[in-house]
Design a binder for this molecule. Structure first.
Ligand SMILES: [Zn+2]
Length: 424
């Protein structure tokens, strides 16, 4: 059992307590209140100079893209993908994804993220990396179409889904068809059937660029979102990344079907894809979460930075400072993301909920004063202000040192593999 004594706590987007004790038993928070009972605690953390809050949730990333950080800059999306990213990805091995994911997980934890969504090559390597470091995650089995192979592909996806599910209680497995422009309509139908069978989350890129929507409409006379709705694909299990180029009708369709939208503004701006109409999403009451996307197009994994940009864009685009309150931004950063990824007892600090929390020092200049602690988090705090990270009741980082893996070894192995990858 862990006791965090006399800590200031942001319990959720609306609640802040000045000085409480938090007790963690096994994977869960067992007590929040005044004067926790004396007990045989395995660890007591003096919280008098700390603020506890729920860990952050990143709902869209490709973790092992750490290999491509800064590799292709200032080029068009087409060149970025076809000249730089795809050729390198052809040579990614299991070991590369494993160490690339570990490096990404270290960066994520050091910037306050406790739950992450991923889909990429070698999902079994991603699972191993997240399990070893002790992170919560939803890992997608990624796939795209190949001519005449759709039936075989979906069978292979189901096999991998079943093989990886249940290996780690913190990790859920999901289906991750890449996007409607790389996955055939047939394979999208198979995906819908498989989702109904296994009940998982589905991660997909939707309406990221103007070109993909225009091309789709030329071929099929409707938008990808309209098509997906017509086959019954869209529901509350779908996490749609990007949604930059959407019509009013698309927004209504997303709302009607309860789809989660993962906003990734840094990636969209960096690749020149445009800006999602966040203000219209808010007006329509869409379910919003936030993601970083891979670091090849961001170029870091701080989801705190991403939500700050979401909030500034909502206000800037609408020319309305009331658009996206601090409360809503905090939900987007924490509990919304958790729910989107299928974790219903994560994202708020509450007795009986999972002990996924971060501790931030109160005496850092950017945390002084605290007229509104939530505002300090959304607008002032630096991602590396995070001091200690607990996931599923386990201390993963303490005083900025990662305890579960050796950070220096990971960086060394990563650099070795990177030099091999670049030689290819
Ligand atoms: Zn992506």
């Amino acid at each position: 059992m862990i006791l965090i004594k006399n800590v200031s706590a942001i319990l959720d987007s609306k609640t802040y307590k000045e000085s409480v004790d938090i007790v963690i038993k096994d994977s869960k928070i067992s007590f929040i209140g005044d004067n926790a009972k004396e007990n045989n605690y395995s660890k007591v953390i003096d919280g008098s100079n700390l603020i506890a809050m729920p860990g952050f949730v990143n709902t869209h990333s490709h973790l092992a893209m750490t290999f491509m950080r800064g590799y292709a800059e200032d080029v068009t999306l087409q060149d970025w993908l076809y000249k730089y990213i795809f050729p390198l990805e052809d040579h990614l091995t299991y070991d590369m994804v494993y160490f690339g994911t570990l490096l990404a997980a270290i960066e994520s934890i050091k910037t306050g993220t406790t739950t992450v969504a991923d889909f990429y090559y070698h999902p079994q390597a991603t699972l191993r990396a997240l399990s070893e470091i002790g992170m919560r995650g939803n890992i997608g089995i990624a796939y795209a179409s190949k001519p005449f192979m759709d039936k075989v592909i979906i069978e292979e996806v189901e096999r991998k889904f079943r093989e990886l599910s249940g290996k780690d209680e913190k990790i859920l497995i999901s289906l991750a068809p890449h996007a409607p422009y790389t996955v055939s309509q047939e394979l999208l139908k198979y995906t819908k059937e498989l989702q109904k069978k296994v009940g998982s989350v589905v991660q997909i890129h939707l309406h990221e660029t103007e070109k993909e929507v225009i091309d789709y409409m030329k071929s099929y006379t409707r938008t990808p979102i309209e098509y997906l709705a017509s086959i019954g694909f869209l529901n509350e299990f779908v996490v749609a990344a990007h949604c930059v180029w959407v019509s009013e009708n698309d927004i209504k369709t997303l709302k009607k079907n309860g789809v989660w939208v993962s906003l990734n503004p840094e990636s969209n701006m960096k690749l020149g894809s445009g800006l999602a109409p966040i203000d219209r999403f808010i007006d329509a009451g869409l379910k919003l979460a936030v993601g970083t996307d891979g670091v090849a197009s961001n170029n870091n994994l701080s989801v705190l930075e991403a939500v700050r940009i979401v909030s500034l864009l909502a206000k800037g685009i609408s020319r309305n400072p009331r658009k996206l309150s601090v409360t809503d931004a905090f939900d987007i950063l924490t509990v919304n993301g958790a729910k989107a990824l299928g974790f219903n007892d994560v994202g708020v600090l509450k007795e009986g909920f999972k002990a996924d929390l971060i501790l931030v020092r109160k005496d850092l200049p950017e945390m002084v004063p605290m007229h509104s602690p939530h505002s300090n988090v959304i607008y002032s705090m630096y991602p590396d202000s995070v001091n200690t990270v607990i996931i599923n009741g386990e201390i993963i980082m303490e005083n900025r040192k990662i305890l579960t893996v050796d950070e220096e070894v990971v960086k060394k192995e990563f650099k070795n593999l990177l030099s091999k990858l670049i030689q290819k």
